[in-house]
Ligand binder design. Structure first.
Ligand SMILES: Nc1ncnc2c1ncn2[C@@H]1O[C@H](COP(=O)(O)OP(=O)(O)OP(=O)(O)O)[C@@H](O)[C@H]1O
Length: 278
């Protein structure tokens, strides 16, 4: 459903020159710095299968946000291909790209980008308004989604009067409004306090599966990834160092870095397995 093939994203005054040096392993960190170059995504292959919830996790600066922005073509790869279904999104024209973003992909970010002076219902219905769906139809759809996301009856409220957790629910309802097959979630729950965050993680995991969405979910939080993901990809310095089910990373970490990341989930005879490890 979402496929990345040998994708590189390089921020540099001369990305192609940096790319050819990096491909030959002919550039070190010091030179990159001197050239003000960053290899944000380094030769990534990744396939998110239909209906799967795949978490990309890693520390700050490892390339997670760059990766997700390549999937909705907010960024274009320096090299490589991004496919949605069979379609290479690098080849879409402006109208096709607009359709992809408004109908095929729903997005939720940490800063949800809701429109403060609109009601909750109008915020959720916005993607449908852009598609010129008649008012009563889009309001019915918004109310249905508000119900599903635990906000039933709040449609008339001003969105800025809601708590952070509730606003994130509105962002999710809005992302679902056009019934996209794909959800892109970039640290959607990071700003919330731990209790609300866990509640939303559980609800989101259920909802995403019930609705059969294909989800790419970015997080720096291993606990979050292990709680909701079917599979996780651990990124380090632009590379995916391991991709697998949470338990596979725990049982067979690819290297010391992965082992350190999943350390809290390794079991010892005194320590029973944690519930969230699937
Ligand atoms: N537009 C840009 N121009 C130059 N460098 C960039 C740009 N965007 C990202 N980078 C660099 O690319 C690398 C990866 O950044 P990215 O934001 O993808 O990481 P991240 O894992 O999402 O981090 P965070 O969790 O802090 O957002 C970082 O070194 C960042 O400074």
């Amino acid at each position: 459903m979402i496929t990345l093939k040998e994708v590189w994203k390089i921020f540099s005054p001369d990305p192609q020159a940096t790319l050819s040096a990096a491909r030959q392993d002919d550039i070190d960190g010091k030179t990159l710095k001197q050239q003000s170059a960053t290899i944000a995504v380094r030769n990534v292959d990744l396939a998110v299968t239909p209906g799967e919830l795949l978490c990309v996790m890693g520390l700050s600066g490892c390339g997670k946000s760059t990766l997700i922005r390549l999937v909705n073509r907010l960024l274009t790869p320096t090299s490589g291909q991004v496919l949605i279904g069979d379609s290479d999104i690098g080849r879409l024209n402006t109208a096709q790209l607009r359709r992809l973003r408004s109908q095929d992909i729903g997005m939720v970010f940490q800063s949800h980008g809701l429109i403060g002076h609109l009601s909750v219902r109008d915020n959720v219905a916005l993607p449908l308004e852009i598609q010129r769906i008649p008012r009563h139809q889009r309001e019915d759809r918004a109310d249905e989604l508000l119900q599903r996301t635990g906000l039933g009856g709040l449609g008339d409220r001003n969105v800025s009067s809601l708590s952070g957790g509730m606003q994130q629910r509105v962002g999710l309802a809005r992302a679902l409004a056009a019934d996209p097959g794909i959800l892109l979630m970039d640290e959607p729950f990071s700003a919330l306090d731990p209790l609300i965050r866990r509640e939303l993680q559980d609800e989101f995991g259920r909802l995403s599966r019930d609705l059969g969405k294909t989800t790419l979910f970015i997080t720096h939080d291993v606990e979050e990834a292990f709680r909701i993901a079917d599979r996780v990809a651990l990124m380090r310095a632009g590379r995916i160092v391991q991709l697998g089910k949470p338990q596979e990373l725990v049982d067979a970490p690819a290297d010391d870095y992965v082992a350190r990341f999943v350390e809290p989930y390794r079991t010892t005879p005194e320590q029973p397995p944690l519930r969230m490890v699937q």
